[in-house]
Write a protein that binds this ligand. Structure first.
Ligand code: ATP
Ligand SMILES: Cc1cn([C@H]2C[C@H](O)[C@@H](COP(=O)(O)O)O2)c(=O)[nH]c1=O
Length: 209
């Protein structure tokens, strides 16, 4: 199984992915936890380039190509070998983030993203995606409280609104693959939602829980 976790800034992906990881491992799943951009030494270096605040503006196409360069390395060195060895892969962000940020947020064409997706991934797509959704102000307030903001987190509210609306549209269009978690709720309530989604999936996939 290839499971991805998506959502805007500060919505609680990292906080809950640890919980999800424990939940899956405690039920006997051989799991690899990874993230994008990143997941290998080279891809983590590309991540640093992407998130660093800089005077020089970053061209959206350059940003898109860096994201996919990191993804190609991550797929070849980590994700594909793990899946081939029968492991489950749990990935903090994947190509839905590219549709949300580079197409929705930056305004690049979704068709361009689709062409790179086919080039880099072939037919590989996530089996299942959890979308953590919260109003932009809620996520940004949490991100601000957490610490200093990176290059993406410094964007204007309208950018994050476009990112959020793109994610929600993707979830509607691929409702079989996505489950949307109301991440504006207190942590306990978010965990209950996660629990119920995991139960439903395990029933569906025939995994004992
Ligand atoms: N449901 C919640 N209620 C209140 N605070 C939360 C909740 N979920 C997460 N937080 C807090 O919000 C902050 C952001 O959470 P986290 O780092 O998990 O978000 P994220 O989605 O991974 O963010 P980013 O994409 O910006 O890295 C953290 O300080 C975390 O403790
Ligand atoms: C995979 C991916 C990521 N991004 C952006 C989105 C985030 O602002 C950063 C990653 O940091 P986080 O700690 O996971 O929030 O990268 C992107 O723009 N496009 C992508 O495909």
């Amino acid at each position: 199984m290839f499971i991805t976790v998506e959502g805007g800034e500060g919505v609680g992906k990292s906080t809950n992915i640890d919980y999800l990881q424990d939940y899956l491992r405690s039920r006997g799943v051989d799991l690899l936890l990874t993230r994008e951009p990143g997941g290998t030494g080279l891809a983590e270096q590309i991540r640093e380039l992407l998130v660093a605040r800089r005077e020089e503006g970053v061209d959206p196409l350059a940003e898109l190509l860096l994201v996919f360069a990191a993804r190609a390395q991550h797929l070849a060195k980590v994700i594909e070998p793990a899946l081939a060895a029968g492991q489950w892969v749990l990935c903090d962000r994947f190509t839905d983030a590219t549709y949300a940020y580079q197409a929705g947020g930056r305004g690049l064409s979704a068709d361009l993203v689709r062409r790179l997706e086919v080039l880099v991934q072939g037919e590989l797509r996530p089996d299942f995606t959890l979308l953590f959704d919260a109003p932009v102000e809620v996520g940004m307030e949490r991100a601000r409280e957490r610490g200093s903001l990176d290059r993406f987190e410094e964007e204007e509210i309208a950018f994050f609104e476009r990112v959020r609306q793109t994610y929600l549209r993707l979830a509607r269009e691929s409702s079989g693959r996505f489950r949307v978690i109301d991440a504006a709720q207190p942590l306990e309530a978010v965990r209950e939602q996660l629990h119920s989604v995991c139960g439903e999936l395990f029933d569906c996939w025939g995994v004992r829980h």
